[in-house]
Design a protein around this ligand. Structure first.
Ligand code: SAM
Length: 394
């Protein structure tokens, strides 16, 4: 982690990331490598997903020497590698012969018992990757087990355990128990990040792979985040292409909590609350939720789709600083207090059709004190000039 941030315990929020000095818009506060990655492919699908199962870059007709794993073909799955080099690295790490065997043992019961349950297929892939990590690096496996998440019992967990206990990972002295399997699945649920397929207009963006990033896992959620994550899986040519970069969206003072949004910021209040409770186990009480809790359904419809935001921008220009300073309530007779975060959507949400990405400035030039006015979208990657009239100072 950058020395500009630290992890501290906040009551009711667990471990939380805090700034140790003022942070500038666009500043990189974390570059994190995954300790494990696993494919988001179901076992039912026989058509290959066109990405490399080692470096996770996409594979296309220009990829010169694609290799497919012959052991996986024996159970009708196509696992591809973009080069013989990637294949050979994978054989010594996350696609070892033990992994192929474990995936094969999972394939048949998953296909016959749970053909339409993608979640359990992904949980099986995660468990195989996690046990592979236990063999490769007991230290990193220990760090995975220290992440947030309490194991729960269910039929699915018992089923996964029944398969896993037959395919013991070749790690010395390692005991696979129902409790360990349940705990691992809970860690994955609360902490995995999706590596996404490239954005295409009007098409739902699929997840290519999931990864566990130890340091990035400490960021809590806020529905108006002050930082966002960028991934460059296909863009970066080096072997750090699956690294995650977290950058500041706007300036923040020292001692402020730094939060990400766990999903696109255009989600409606009820959908955000439901998702956060069901998937992450908490009720969100952020400033935005406090305001939107009082909205009617009609208000909700206006907020999520960008309608009316431009008209709101002018009105909110002056009030923006006050709202962020917590003074909005003093203005309670002002009807605009119903939408104090209009500025966020205007300035920090990508306006490309169906994108809903978050915009953060490019990193400031070295030795420069000012932030870039070029905003990068975390979803479609577009670079746009910041033309909004809102100033930072949040
Ligand atoms: C990825 S972890 C974040 C780090 C976590 N606080 C920890 O102690 O490791 C996600 C979990 O953090 C907690 N969390 C995240 N955002 C929160 C928020 N806004 N309010 C309360 N709890 C939150 C929830 O327990 C959630 O399941």
């Amino acid at each position: 982690m950058s020395p500009a941030i630290t992890v501290t315990e906040i009551q009711g929020r667990g471990r939380s990331v805090i700034s140790t000095r003022p942070l500038k818009a666009g500043e990189i506060i974390l570059k994190d490598s995954p300790i494990l990655l696993y494919s988001a492919q179901s076992f039912v699908s026989k058509t290959p997903h066109y990405f490399c199962s080692n470096c996770f870059k996409s594979i296309n007709s220009q990829t010169p020497s694609v290799v497919s794993c012959q052991s996986c073909l024996s159970f009708n799955q196509s696992t591809l590698f973009c080069s013989p080099e990637c294949h050979s690295v994978a054989l010594g790490s996350f696609h070892s012969p033990w992994v192929c065997e474990a995936l094969r043992r999972f394939a048949n019961p998953l296909i016959s018992l749970y053909p339409d349950n993608l979640e359990i297929h992904l949980q099986a892939r995660f468990l195989v990757a996690a046990f592979c990590l236990a063999v490769k690096s007991p230290e990193k496996f220990g760090a995975l087990m220290s992440l947030q998440g309490e194991g729960l019992d269910s039929d699915e967990v018992r089923f996964l355990y029944s398969v896993v206990k037959e395919i013991r990972p070749p790690a010395e002295g390692f005991v696979v128990s129902l409790e360990v399997v349940a705990a691992l699945l809970a860690k994955d649920k609360l902490n995995a990040f999706g590596l996404m397929e490239p954005f295409e207009e009007d098409k739902e963006r699929a997840v290519r792979a999931y990864g566990i990033y130890l340091n990035a896992s400490f960021f809590n959620h806020d529905c108006l985040p002050n930082a966002c994550r960028f991934e460059y899986v296909d863009k970066n040519s080096g072997d750090d292409n699956t690294d995650m970069v977290i950058r500041m969206i706007h300036d923040v003072p020292s001692g402020r909590e730094i939060c990400l949004s766990y999903f696109p910021v255009n989600f409606k209040y009820v959908d955000r609350q439901k998702r956060l409770l069901e998937d992450y186990g908490f009720n969100c009480e952020c400033d935005r939720c406090k305001v939107e809790a009082n909205w009617s359904d009609d208000d909700e419809d206006g907020a999520g789709d960008g309608n009316g935001m431009v008209e709101e921008e002018e009105e909110w220009n002056e009030d923006e600083q006050m709202v962020e300073d917590g003074m909005a309530e003093e203005e309670s007779d002002d009807q605009n207090n119903d939408f104090p975060h209009a500025y966020f959507f205007v300035k920090y949400m990508c306006n490309r059709n169906s994108c809903w990405g978050t915009l953060a400035p490019l990193p400031p030039q070295p030795l420069s004190d000012s932030s870039s006015d070029l905003m990068e979208c975390s979803v479609c990657g577009n670079l746009t000039k910041d033309s909004s009239e809102f100033n930072d100072g949040i």
